[in-house]
Design a protein around this ligand. Structure first.
Ligand code: TYD
Length: 439
C-alpha cells in the first residue's frame, strides 16, 4: 500500500494526471511502452517481470512484440529473419518490418491502447531506425517516416533502452540454444552501429527514454523500470480506491487524533477550571472563615469589653458603695467617736462637777460639822451658862436644837446647787422638751 501511495505521489509529481487526461500527443487512454536494445540485452525477461508487476497493481496489460505478434506478422517475421530463399534488400527489409508494424498497430496495439491497457512491446520503431538505418545504412529520417506511416503517428510513451556491449550480448546469445537469425548473425560493427543509433535517439529525447545498463542484475533493472513507470502511469482505479480508502483512514485517524487531543484539551481545560473553581471556593471559604473568626474575635472582644465594662462598673459601684459605706461608717464612727468624746467630755465634766460637788459637799459638811461643832461648843457653853440661869434658857436651847436638826435634814442652798449640777448630764442625754428647756 505504501508503495502504491508513493507511486501515486510520484506520478502526480511528474505531471501524470495531465498526460492521463489526454495531454499533447495522446490520442488514447492506454499507455504504450517499448523495450529496446541489442539482441540478448534481456528485454524479454524485463518485459515479463514488469508485466507481472503492472498486473499486480491492477493494470490491464498487453504484452506483445515486433516482428511477429500477429498472424501476418508471424509470416513477415519468418520472411525477414529466417527465409533463406529470399534475398532481402535493406529497403525491402525495412518495408517488411514496417508492414509487420502496421498490422501490429492496427490489430493489437491501437485497440489495446483504446481500451486503456498498458501495452508492453518488445521492439518498435527504434529497432527499425537502429537496425535498418544504423545497421543497414538507410536514411534515419526515411526509416522513421516509414514507421510513422505504419503507426499513424502513434509513438511509445516510454522507450526503455537496455544498453549492452554487443560483445557481451553475443556471448549471451552463444550460451543460448537455437540458431541466430539473419540480423543476429551480422558483424560486430553492425551491432555497434545499432547500439550507437539507439543511444543517439535516447540522447535526443531523454524525457521519453530510460537508458539502463543491461549488465546489471535483472532485479535491479526491473526496479528501475518500475520507478520510471510509477512516474508515468496513472494509478489504477483499484489503487485510487485503495488510496482514497487509505486517505480516508488516515483522515479518520487524524480526525480521531484531533478529536482525542481536543477531548484531552477540553478535559484539561475542565480540570483546570475545576481546580481554579475549587481554589476560588477554598479561598472564599478561608476568607469567610477568617471573616467569621474576625467577627467572632470582635464579638468576643466586645463581649469582654462589655463584661469588663460591667465588671469595671460593678467594681466602681462596689468601690463607690464601699467608699460610701466607709465614708458613712467613718462618718458614723466619727460621729460616734465625737459623741463618745462629747459624752466622755461631759462625763469628765460631770465627774469634775461631782468631784467639785463632792469636794464642796465635803467642804460644806466639814464646814457644817465645824459650825455644828462650834455651835455645839457654843451650846455647851450656853448650856453651861444657863445652868447658871434656868427656864428661859432651856427654852432657847430647845429651839436651837430643833433648828439644827431641821437644817441637817434639809440641804443648804449650796448643796442644792451642786446636786442640781450633778443632774445636768441626765438632762443632756435625754433632752427635755424645748418648752421645758426654755422654761
Ligand atoms: P527476435 O527473435 O525478436 O530477437 P530479439 O530478442 O533480439 O528481439 O529478433 C528480432 C530481430 O529483428 C532482431 O535482430 C532485430 C530485428 N529487427 C529489425 O531489424 N528491425 C525492426 O524494425 C525490428 C522490429 C526488428
Amino acid at each position: 500500500m505504501v508503495g502504491k501511495l508513493r507511486a501515486l505521489r510520484s506520478w502526480r509529481a511528474a505531471g501524470g494526471s495531465e498526460r492521463a487526461e489526454g495531454g499533447p500527443g495522446r490520442q488514447y487512454p492506454g499507455w504504450f511502452i517499448a523495450l529496446e536494445g541489442g539482441d540478448g540485452a534481456g528485454k524479454s525477461t524485463q518485459l515479463a517481470a514488469v508485466a507481472d508487476w503492472l498486473r499486480g497493481r491492477g493494470y490491464a496489460v498487453v504484452t506483445t512484440r515486433e516482428p511477429g505478434a500477429t498472424p501476418l506478422g508471424s509470416v513477415l517475421r519468418n520472411l525477414v529473419l529466417h527465409a533463406e530463399e529470399h534475398k532481402l534488400g535493406a529497403r525491402a527489409e525495412a518495408l517488411l518490418f514496417a508492414a509487420d508494424r502496421a498490422d501490429h498497430m492496427e490489430t493489437v496495439v491501437r485497440p489495446a491502447l483504446e481500451r486503456g491497457a498498458v501495452v508492453l512491446t518488445d521492439r518498435h520503431v527504434d529497432s527499425s531506425v537502429a537496425y535498418q538505418s544504423g545497421g543497414r545504412g538507410l536514411a534515419a529520417d526515411e526509416v522513421a517516416a516509414l514507421s510513422t506511416f505504419a503507426t499513424e503517428g502513434v509513438r511509445p510513451d516510454l522507450v526503455v533502452l537496455l544498453d549492452l556491449d554487443p560483445a557481451v550480448a553475443r556471448a549471451r546469445r552463444e550460451e543460448r540454444t537455437g540458431e541466430a537469425d539473419k540480423l543476429e548473425a551480422e558483424t560486430a560493427e553492425f551491432h555497434e552501429r545499432v547500439r550507437a543509433t539507439f543511444l543517439a535517439r535516447a540522447k535526443a529525447e531523454p524525457d521519453r527514454y530510460l537508458v539502463l545498463d543491461a549488465n546489471q542484475a535483472p532485479r535491479i533493472l526491473t526496479g528501475a523500470i518500475q520507478d520510471r513507470l510509477d512516474q508515468l502511469l496513472p494509478p489504477t482505479a483499484e489503487e485510487i480506491a485503495k488510496a482514497a480508502q487509505r486517505a480516508a483512514e488516515i483522515e479518520a485517524a487524524v480526525a480521531r487524533e484531533q478529536e482525542f487531543r481536543a477531548a484531552q484539551a477540553e478535559a484539561e481545560r475542565v480540570r483546570r477550571e475545576a481546580e481554579e473553581q475549587a481554589s476560588r471556593e477554598q479561598q472564599e471559604r478561608e476568607l469567610a472563615e477568617r471573616q467569621a473568626a474576625e467577627q467572632e474575635r470582635l464579638r468576643l472582644a466586645k463581649e469582654r469589653a462589655a463584661a469588663s465594662e460591667i465588671a469595671e462598673r460593678a467594681r466602681a459601684e462596689r468601690e463607690w458603695a464601699e467608699a460610701t459605706r466607709l465614708s458613712e461608717d467613718e462618718k458614723r464612727e466619727s460621729e460616734r467617736l465625737a459623741q463618745e468624746r462629747r459624752a466622755e467630755a461631759e462625763r469628765d465634766a460631770l465627774r469634775r462637777r461631782e468631784h467639785e460637788l463632792a469636794m464642796r459637799q465635803a467642804e460644806a459638811r466639814a464646814k457644817e460639822r465645824a459650825r455644828l461643832a462650834a455651835a455645839a461648843a457654843k451650846a455647851a457653853a450656853d448650856r453651861a451658862g444657863r445652868l447658871e440661869s434656868p427656864a428661859p434658857k432651856s427654852e432657847r436651847l430647845k429651839g436651837s436644837e430643833a433648828d439644827r436638826a431641821e437644817r441637817l435634814e434639809s440641804p443648804t442652798p449650796e448643796a442644792e446647787r451642786l446636786e442640781s449640777a450633778t443632774r445636768e448630764p441626765e438632762r443632756l442625754e435625754s433632752p427635755a422638751p424645748e418648752s421645758e428647756e426654755e422654761s
